[in-house]
Design a protein around this ligand. Structure first.
Ligand code: HEC
Length: 279
């Protein structure tokens, strides 16, 4: 059975090809994500149109929550939390005693009545505030939101304001949780790590090889032998298109002795219509 390509074998045959493969992997990853996002949109659209058609309130169904996550939460976080959240309170910047970072906070009565009435766009003062119709409370204060965003928030209120942010208020600044979170590698400054020392220095052609080899050596494993050209082409073609190479492709690759022969094969596969078809 064909399996995906082992980068260490590639780099033995063709220096620098690992990078090409990492890129190919990334593109596939992105492609997969893109398809996923399209599905989510379709799902949303179906969910919303069905919901409206039947006059159903999509309060906390999955499509409503998706809508909140895709369209509403990012706007609230970006444009409102700065003055209306637990985090703002921690910085002594909380305005109007209004928390927009939890469902509970949004449903709490403000000084002039309810800020949000699920299902009632005209009576929800959050809508009035973002429409900029009331000079006293035009939100966010500095710049009106784009019309499409306002329409999204209106649609969200209309569908019953589905909101999963129940009982999970954002942690206050300075809390242990935040300090702990900051230790996560994704939030650490980028620093060049040292390239590990390896015993079989002649095997490694790039620094990436050295990282892989050092782990192999640590586990007392030896790298697999380099694949021959036929095997390499089969693997690459299966991996990127789900199909074996044709005889012509095989012959062309075997006859091509140039150092970038494999790199061009990968580019050809990435550019082919069959690339990514089998996902
Ligand atoms: C720069 C700070 C700031 C930002 C950002 C901000 N607000 Fe406000 N907000 C205020 C202040 C100050 C008040 C109280 C005075 C007023 O009504 O203008 C307020 C009041 C409100 C009120 C009325 C609350 C009540 O009980 O009367 C609503 C609703 C509101 N904001 C919604 C929002 C929304 C929605 C966003 C994001 C789109 C937002 N705000 C962003 C500062 C801010």
């Amino acid at each position: 059975m064909e399996t995906s390509i082992m980068p260490m074998k590639l780099s033995v045959n063709e220096p620098g090809k690992l990078e090409t493969f990492v890129k190919a992997g990334l593109r596939r990853h992105l492609l997969g994500f893109d398809v996923g996002a399209r599905n989510v949109r379709l799902f949303l659209w179906l969910g919303l149109s069905l919901g409206y058609a039947g006059g159903i309130q999509a309060a906390d169904d999955p499509a409503g929550i998706e809508f909140f996550e895709a369209k509403i939460r990012p706007v609230l976080a970006d444009k409102c939390y700065g003055c209306h959240s637990t985090e703002a309170e921690g910085r002594k910047k909380l305005k109007a005693g209004l928390y927009l970072d939890s469902k509970e906070g949004m449903l709490k009565k403000g000084k002039e009545g309810p800020v949000l009435i699920p299902g009632d766009v005209e009576k929800s003062r959050i809508i009035e505030s973002i429409r900029y119709t009331n000079d006293d409370t035009a939100m966010p204060p500095k710049e009106k939101l784009p019309a499409a965003v306002i329409a999204d928030i209106e649609a969200w209120v209309k569908m019953g304001a589905p909101d999963p942010r129940v009982g999970d208020k954002a942690p206050k600044p300075g809390s242990a949780l935040i300090a702990q979170g900051k230790q996560h590698w994704a939030f650490r400054p980028i620093a060049a790590g040292g390239v590990p020392q390896v015993q079989r220095a002649d095997w490694a052609k790039t620094d990436i090889d050295r990282f892989i080899l050092s782990k192999l050596e640590g586990a007392k494993l030896a790298p697999a032998a380099a694949a021959d050209k036929r095997t390499l082409l089969r693997r690459a073609t299966f991996d990127l298109t789900g199909l074996p190479p044709t005889i012509e492709e095989l012959q062309a690759f075997e006859a091509d002795a140039s150092p970038d022969a494999f790199s061009r094969v990968v580019e050809r596969l990435l550019a082919s219509n069959a690339y990514g078809e089998r996902y």
